[in-house]
Design a protein around this ligand. Structure first.
Ligand SMILES: C[S@@+](CC[C@H](N)C(=O)[O-])C[C@H]1O[C@@H](n2cnc3c(N)ncnc32)[C@H](O)[C@@H]1O
Length: 263
């Protein structure tokens, strides 16, 4: 670090990856070591080894904006602050909350150094376990309707399923949102064939990781929880059998053009 920077505050948003320390990037590890204070949701902070002299400020998972504002205030007071986020901080994570807090905060915060350290997001960790389900065009949709209307979620599901995207679903279900995954599956069932491959990956990269590959019509919403990422394939996605080894779920890189199919 440049010595002239030492007495200036800074804010770094750090992606912790899905859980396995081996999936934490070198840049994230360095940023965690350099921080004087860490802000985050308790279970994410618990993943970071304790360092002498480093403060920790824990908050609930629904308090992202308050956490981001507090982190900016600390950085404005001169601290080297890090905000930790699971997976990648830019994917339904703390990076956007930090930007929102900056946009609505005091003008002086805009002069504070901000860096964002990427992490392995849940859909990529799950995809790597399965094979290559995201090998063709794909998108990610959060099923949480805490910050957007449910009608928007349904309209987006219909649009992307009809357009042939592989879909990664984040935030499929929680105690406060028990019906959303079931409803999403009904909507997707109106656009996709019942045998469309679907994978549910739970706690990927953690000690209690589990996975299930099934078909759209067979998915049981109750088998998902807050730590589940769901990947919905397309008409081209397929399972590749490998004898005794687990099958690979993959989506080929190419697809026939609609005009070729007609001839
Ligand atoms: C608020 S979002 C945060 C996503 C995170 N920023 C990321 O990039 O993975 C939380 C959702 O991410 C997914 N998720 C996070 N970690 C996961 C893991 N280890 N295995 C499977 N899904 C995970 C789940 O869908 C969960 O409900």
């Amino acid at each position: 670090m440049n010595p002239s920077d030492a007495d200036r505050g800074s804010l770094t948003v750090i992606g912790l990856g899905p859980g396995d320390p081996a999936l934490l990037t070198g840049e994230a590890t360095r940023a965690l070591e350099e921080a004087e204070v860490l802000y985050g949701y308790g279970p994410y902070l618990a993943r970071v080894p304790m360092r002498e002299g480093q403060r920790r400020v824990e908050s609930d998972n629904r308090q992202e904006l308050e956490r981001a504002r507090a982190a900016w205030m600390d950085a404005a007071a001169g601290a080297r602050v890090a905000v930790v986020s699971g997976g990648d901080p830019g994917v339904f994570g703390m990076a956007a909350a930090v930007c929102e807090a900056l946009e609505t905060g005091p003008e002086s915060w805009r002069g504070i150094r901000l860096s964002i350290t990427p992490g392995v997001t849940a859909m990529l960790a799950l995809a790597a376990r399965l094979g290559a389900p995201l090998g063709h065009d794909f998108c990610a949709i959060s099923l949480s309707d805490n910050l957007k209307p449910w009608d928007v979620v349904e309209a987006r599901l219909r649009a992307v399923a009809s357009a042939g995207f592989v879909i990664a679903l984040y935030n499929p279900i929680s105690r406060h949102r028990p019906w959303q995954l079931g409803r999403a599956l009904v909507v997707l069932g109106e656009c996709l064939a019942p045998h469309t491959p679907v994978a549910l990956g739970q706690a990927i990269g953690r000690h209690n990781e589990s996975m299930e590959i099934t078909q759209l019509a067979q998915v049981r919403p109750e088998s998902a929880n807050m730590s589940t990422c769901v990947i919905i394939g397309t008409a081209e996605s397929r399972l590749l059998a490998r004898g005794d080894l687990p099958p690979l779920l993959y989506t080929p890189r190419s697809m026939p053009s609609p005009s070729t199919e007609r001839t």
